[in-house]
Design a protein around this ligand. Structure first.
Ligand code: E4P
Length: 215
């Protein structure tokens, strides 16, 4: 499973990249609003750090505007993936941009039928939001299972990118189901590596190392 980082913070992206586990980045308008750098400059910097897909979202609501914004974003770097909200207009924009060879990430996915339609339109990625479903007492991971099954049934090439991840168990479940990608906030990435038994074991090994006859 590929791991993307869900942030627009350059320091977090650099740190995750240095861990050797980073396959891409997802941003959205909320994440960009937390950063000081002008957003296009920031996206260009991010694309220099990470060679995998870097999602940047359009804000136009009509297909024509989305395509125009998407084409403009795609000039920033070859690895920009244009993030398009799943609406009727978004569907048209996904089709147009995909036909032009521009990578797309269909975002704000909350049903398996939305996922089916964006795959038919040629989206590179679909982003189902598990955390936001959990927030309203729906099992977000059930949606991931449905989409993975439907895509397998028909051989769709659209990659399932699990978004709105809030904790390590979302990442575990994504991997067990066989999602293609999980986009994970920096804090959760750090929590994936930690285990108290690892810390305790290391402490005890280092203590015992002091007693070793070093010749
Ligand atoms: C990334 O593609 C999504 O925009 C992001 O994961 C949403 O996460 P949130 O629900 O925690 O805002």
């Amino acid at each position: 499973m590929k791991l993307f980082i869900d942030t627009a913070n350059l320091d977090e992206i650099k740190e995750a990249a240095s861990m050797g586990i980073l396959d891409g980045v997802t941003t959205n308008p909320t994440l960009l609003s937390r950063e000081k750098m002008p957003f296009k400059q920031l996206l260009a910097e991010i694309c220099k750090v990470v060679s995998g897909p870097v999602s940047a979202e359009v804000v136009a609501l009509d297909a024509e505007g989305m395509v125009k914004e998407g084409e403009d974003l795609a000039t920033i770097a070859d690895n920009i993936t244009v993030k398009i909200p799943i609406t009727l207009e978004g569907l048209k924009a996904i089709k147009t941009l995909s036909d032009k060879g521009i990578m797309t990430n269909a975002t704000l996915c909350f049903t398996s039928m939305q996922a089916l339609l964006v795959a038919k339109a040629g989206a590179t990625f679909v982003s189902p939001f598990v955390g936001r479903l959990d927030d309203i007492s729906h099992y977000g991971m059930d949606l991931i299972q449905q989409i993975v099954t439907i895509y397998e049934n028909y051989g769709f090439e659209t990659e399932v990118l699990v978004a709105s991840i809030r904790n390590p168990l979302h990442v575990v479940d994504s991997a067990l189901i066989g999602a293609d990608v999980a986009t994970v906030p920096f804090k959760v990435i750090n929590n994936l590596i930690k285990h108290p038994q690892t810390d305790l074991g290391l402490k005890s090994f280092l203590k015992d190392w002091e007693k070793v006859n070093k010749g």
